[in-house]
Design a protein around this ligand. Structure first.
Ligand code: NAD
Length: 401
């Protein structure tokens, strides 16, 4: 079939297999261009490995330090002739390329919040991998079913305490207009913490620890975001910010427990990039469009792979050492948060309207990044050619919760 983008609001419901493979290859090429990551990880588990920051972490580990990788994700395979999700195609492509390079790669598709997926992962590690020396926790999900109670929680992206009004960019209709978001209820905040806080990260680490599959000196990392003050009411000080606070507190506990065997856990604050998760956050796509313009003009633009490659190369491995801010976080967003960059973003922000969107921001860059997430707009891919939507891993990746 011929696959074209079909955008519905802030998602694209189609994805292109060869395009996704080209996008994965671009990221592999970036890592390879930096040369080997010395003393890098060898046996890596990435939870949320199919898109965004998790995929970039998997690529950096595999192609930077020839690590064996086990990836966990929740993606849709192709059925009834319909394309699979982008994360499915990314993961098939990643595995093919890893295997061509002689690297072990294995995937599990299912609900990472469930006990069933954790058990399957432990089983695979015990049978095929030995011990894990890096666990990357990179889930972004709108809901979570607590495995103990069976209750399902939904996260919200809302301010806390008072309504928040700001200019919002409707990326599909290309309209900039103010929106007001009503504050989250206490119950909604608690549910968001349940979904995006640290509880599941800790359950993963305990399951791995109890199964005896964590190597001495094991590292674990999860990702956080801060962003500019203008978006704090809906992010840092909002319901998702409450979840990130919980994630950081959990990270400190995991760190203390890994330290017993000379390991460590930490949270890395990453910069805003276009991913399926970030496109759903109100107001943030407008910030990203302005930030891209300012950072590109200064030659400082970074996407997921540049951030993760730098995290591995400059901080975690390669004779690097972790540098923490006053709150104990690693800051990979430091370039985007430079005062001169933030001052320019703040100066542009109030001037942006639908009519001058293209001129004052890098909305074109935002859109092309967004399409790339689904495998569209990649150089060298013939989008008029027939393609087979059915791509598989060659073994059963599914785990039912
Ligand atoms: P993403 O949407 O690109 O990736 C989410 C991943 O989670 C995918 O692999 C998806 O399959 C997986 N997933 C979701 N629900 C799952 C489930 N129930 N079971 C198994 N897998 C599941 O998201 P992202 O933007 O890369 O976000 C990853 C982390 O990085 C999040 O903690 C996010 O807050 C953080 N972060 C993102 C940004 C940004 O701008 N995108 C910035 C800083 C930090």
């Amino acid at each position: 079939m011929i696959i074209k983008p079909k955008i519905r609001g802030f998602i694209c419901i189609t994805a292109h297999p060869e395009g996704c493979a080209a996008h994965v290859q671009e990221q592999i090429d970036h890592v390879l261009s930096g040369g080997p990551i010395k003393d890098g990880p060898k046996n890596v588990l990435v939870i949320g490995s199919s898109t965004g920051y998790g995929l970039a972490a998997r690529i950096a580990a595999a192609f930077g330090s020839r690590a064996s990788t086990l990836g966990v994700f929740f993606e849709r395979g192709s059925s009834n002739g319909k394309p699979a999700s982008a994360g499915w195609y990314n993961s098939v492509a990643f595995e093919r390329k890893a295997k061509e390079a002689g690297l072990y790669a294995r995937s599990v598709n299912g609900d990472a919040f469930s006990d069933a997926v954790k058990h399957r992962v432990v089983d695979i590690i015990q049978k095929e991998m030995g011990k894990i020396d890096l666990v990357v926790y990179s889930l972004a999900s709108p809901r979570r079913t607590d495995p103990k109670t069976g209750e399902t929680y939904r996260s919200v992206l809302k301010p806390i305490g008072a309504p928040y009004t700001a200019n919002n960019l409707d990326t599909d209709r290309k309209v900039v207009a103010p929106i007001t978001i009503e504050p989250a209820t206490e119950e909604e905040v608690a549910a968001t913490v349940k979904v995006m806080g640290g509880e599941d990260w800790e359950l993963w680490m305990s399951a791995l620890e109890q199964a005896g599959v964590l190597a001495d000196g094991c590292t674990s990392v999860a990702f956080d975001y801060i962003g500019p003050e203008i978006t704090w009411p809906v992010y840092t000080n909002g319901s998702i910010g409450a979840a990130k606070k919980h994630l950081r507190a959990t990270g400190a506990r995991i760190d203390a427990s890994l330290k017993v065997n000379r390991g460590r856990a930490f949270v890395s604050v990453n910069k805003a990039v276009v991913t399926q998760a970030s496109s759903a956050i109100p107001v943030v796509p407008l910030y990203i469009s302005i930030l891209f313009k300012v950072m590109k003009e200064k030659g400082l633009h970074e996407d997921c792979i540049q951030q993760l490659d730098r995290l591995f190369r400059k901080q975690m491995y390669n004779d690097g050492f972790l540098e923490f801010d006053d709150s104990g976080r690693v800051r990979m967003d430091e370039l985007g948060m430079l005062p001169d960059i933030q001052a320019e973003v703040a100066a542009i922000w109030p001037q942006v309207a639908s009519a001058n969107l293209e001129e004052l921001t890098d909305f074109a860059g935002y859109q092309s990044n967004f399409l790339k997430l689904f495998g569209f707009g990649l150089a060298g891919v013939d989008y008029e050619a027939e393609t087979n939507p059915e791509q598989d891993f060659g073994y059963d990746v599914e785990v039912q919760a």
